[in-house]
Design a binder for this molecule. Structure first.
Ligand SMILES: Nc1nc2c(c(=O)[nH]1)N[C@H]1C(S)=C(S)[C@@H](COP(=O)(O)O)O[C@H]1N2
Ligand SMILES: [Mo]
Length: 192
């Protein structure tokens, strides 16, 4: 794919290049998940629970504009999202105080891991709407995690489960050499 390159601004994390597009980055096939069959599970060090689409939509709905930074160096500024704040979902979850990290699993098999404090960041959304339209399937529709303060690989598309762990259980790219935290402002692309 050819990206539209704009001049990078001081507002960009180091080593990133602006794009006006929103490229699709998916490892493996794109799963088809219908809202009525979607389940979001919380498991591991938590009181196990499953949320249906209806239950998620009944939670408070939030909006957020955020830049999106992929570790492959494109940054797409100012995307407008709607969804459920992770913190609002967690109001309905009984978390074991031993929990320190989350393994996020997706329909289709992709996984990514987050330290608990990164997962509980107030900007994080379970996003279902992008630029006023239902989230396109290739961008993770009907539901994806959005972690705007971390590199894009943490923003799991077609999200299916949050597994809370006492130690670290690394996700797909984290096992394959990407950074456990992945802060774009500190340029945490790869683990040492
Ligand atoms: N399920 C799933 N989620 C995923 C990925 C993936 O391959 N599978 N790729 C990640 C990566 S590397 C990036 S940069 C973003 C890209 O999101 P986009 O395709 O909506 O631009 O999704 C992330 N979430
Ligand atoms: Mo990415």
């Amino acid at each position: 794919m050819v990206f539209n390159r704009l001049r990078s601004s001081p507002g960009l994390p180091p080593g990133q290049v602006l794009t006006r597009k929103f490229p699709v980055l998916t490892y493996g096939p794109i799963p088809q998940v219908e809202p009525h069959e979607l389940r979001l599970k919380v498991e591991g060090l938590v009181k196990h629970k499953e949320f249906s689409w209806e239950e998620l939509m009944a939670l408070p709905q939030a909006e957020l504009s955020a830049d999106f930074h992929c570790v492959t160096r494109w940054s797409r500024p100012g995307l407008h999202w709607k969804g459920i704040r992770v913190l609002d979902l967690m109001e309905h979850v009984e978390l074991d105080p031993e929990a320190r990290s989350v393994l996020v699993s997706c329909y289709g098999g992709y996984t990514t891991s987050l330290p608990l404090e990164d997962f509980l960041h107030p900007d994080n959304l379970l996003a279902h709407t992008l630029e006023g339209s239902p989230l396109p399937r290739e961008h993770g529709g009907p539901l994806r995690l959005l972690v705007p303060h971390r590199y894009g690989w943490k923003s799991a598309k077609w999200v299916h489960s949050f597994r809370f762990n006492a130690g670290e259980l690394l996700g797909f790219w984290e096992v394959n050499g990407y950074h456990e935290r992945g802060d774009p402002w500190r340029e945490e692309r790869y683990s040492e």
